[in-house]
Design a protein around this ligand. Structure first.
Ligand SMILES: Cc1cc2nc3c(=O)[nH]c(=O)nc-3n(C[C@H](O)[C@H](O)[C@H](O)COP(=O)(O)OP(=O)(O)OC[C@H]3O[C@@H](n4cnc5c(N)ncnc54)[C@H](O)[C@@H]3O)c2cc1C
Length: 410
């Protein structure tokens, strides 16, 4: 799709392209590049330093907090050029895209000064402490409690599915701070240090051998009184901001990884000689159409953002539901095309994704890249709000349907 961006946006595009040409190591995503753990760590370390020096991490943030204050259009151009080059542009997903923007929107000046520089430099690793064993979709029923004791909050309870908790320095945690208030009105959003005696992280090993998720137990864990974001008992609103960031996506670039993946599936189709199968061809076209719809919707979202006419929560819900279901169906197709080969483990184990912008890094289980994406696509309709919950949001906010009935607790 050819779009006419204004000349100043194109000038900015040139600036980014030449920065990438100068700084991105040649062939960084070729097979064999940064295969070992040490190579990967070294690449990540030096790349984050370069990104930070260039000012490209969270470049849309205000200048006074270390960003470049880029306009929406400039951010889109930046995303597009990084996506085309297959260059990563984040220091830490949870920091850059979730808790960082939340602190900027809701945090006190002290919180911004304390946490934003560390987020920008990738020096604080974060995890998200929302879900509990009995509170996932129904998040407002959460039970983990925080009680003030002098100048500190004392936290007790359990979180689950906490991605990367084993590496995190801090958790952004939803806790009940007023057990007597109505559910949504008694929750606060705390920033809690992970490296302390009262926090225990237990990995959950998955079917593919990896252990990305954890259970996290809080037993009289503590954090300073001032680490509550957005005010005591106002955590529901603050958390909805974070979830809005999680469900939203980089509007005009999100489709690219799916296109890349679709092209890889077409290559596999040729390799296994199924490209003459009419059913396969038909399904490949249908799947390509969905990627195209994503691309076009991306531009619609951008137009809405530029005109300030969008409902971020609604667009986030539509996008999340569409791409996660589309991706599951595409991965089903990929495994179907591979036939018997798709059923056996054809990877070497410990492999690193070589497709820019895609994948989970490494899998301990010897799955091929497509098999790994197939497995992971099962989870995409769940995290960040399930597809059913997105449908509820769309039903209520876009279609004006009545709110779903809630069971009364007696
Ligand atoms: C890959 C991955 C990473 C994750 N990382 C994190 C993390 O870092 N931190 C964190 O806090 N959580 C994380 N989660 C947890 C995730 O947020 C929850 O799994 C999700 O909110 C769903 O909650 P649940 O698993 O308890 O399922 P439930 O809420 O029990 O839902 C079970 C089923 O019932 C359906 N359902 C529930 N309520 C309704 C309703 N009202 N209407 C219609 N259908 C409904 C759901 O759609 C689902 O199909 C992660 C999950 C995954 C898969």
């Amino acid at each position: 799709m050819d779009l006419n961006y204004p000349p100043e946006a194109e000038a900015f595009r040139k600036e980014i392209r030449s920065w990438l040409e100068e700084n991105l190591p040649q062939g960084w995503f070729e097979p064999g590049f940064r295969q070992s753990d040490d190579e990967r760590k070294e690449f990540n370390r030096t790349w984050i330093e370069k990104l930070f020096a260039g000012g490209w991490i969270c470049a849309g943030w205000p200048v006074e907090y270390g960003g470049k204050g880029l306009s929406i259009l400039q951010q889109v151009v930046l995303n597009e050029e990084f996506a085309k080059a297959g260059a990563p542009m984040r220091a830490d997903f949870f920091g850059d895209t979730l808790v960082g923007p939340t602190i900027l929107q809701w945090g006190t000046e002290e919180q911004k000064q304390e946490f934003i520089p560390g987020i920008l430099q990738g020096k604080i690793a974060w995890c998200q402490g929302f879900s509990e064993p009995n509170s996932g979709s129904d998040l407002a029923s959460l039970k983990t409690s925080a009680v003030l004791d002098g100048d500190e909050w004392v936290i007790n309870g359990q979180k689950v599915w906490t991605t990367q908790a084993q590496y995190a320095d801090y958790v952004f945690l939803m806790c009940r701070t007023d057990p007597n208030a109505p559910q949504h009105a008694g929750i606060s959003y705390l920033l809690v240090p992970m490296h302390q005696e009262g926090v225990e992280v237990r990995p959950i090993t998955q079917v593919d051998g990896s252990a990305e998720f954890n259970e996290v137990f809080f037993t009289n864990a503590r954090c300073p009184k001032g680490n509550v974001v957005g005010g005591v008992n106002n955590g529901w609103k603050v958390a909805m901001t974070t979830l809005g960031f999680e469900r939203g996506s980089s509007s005009t670039t999100g489709y690219r990884r799916f296109l890349k993946e679709w092209e890889a599936i077409v290559e596999e189709t040729k390799r296994v000689k199924r490209n003459d199968d009419l059913r396969v061809r038909d399904n490949l076209v249908k799947s390509w159409q969905k990627v195209k719809i994503m691309e076009i919707n991306g531009y619609r979202t951008l137009t809405d953002s530029l005109n300030n006419t969008h409902d971020a929560a609604l667009l986030g819900a539509c996008n999340k539901m569409f791409w996660s279901e589309m991706h599951r169906a595409t991965m089903d197709l990929a495994i179907d095309i591979l036939g018997m080969e798709g059923q056996i483990l054809t990877g070497k184990g410990n492999e690193v994704s070589t497709t820019p912008g895609m994948g989970r890094g490494r899998a301990d289980y010897p799955v091929s890249e497509l098999q790994a994406f197939f497995f992971f696509s099962r989870s995409e309709t769940i995290w960040g709000g399930t597809a059913e919950i997105q449908r509820n949001i769309i039903g209520e906010r876009a279609l004006g349907l009545p709110k779903e009935p809630k069971a009364q607790t007696v």
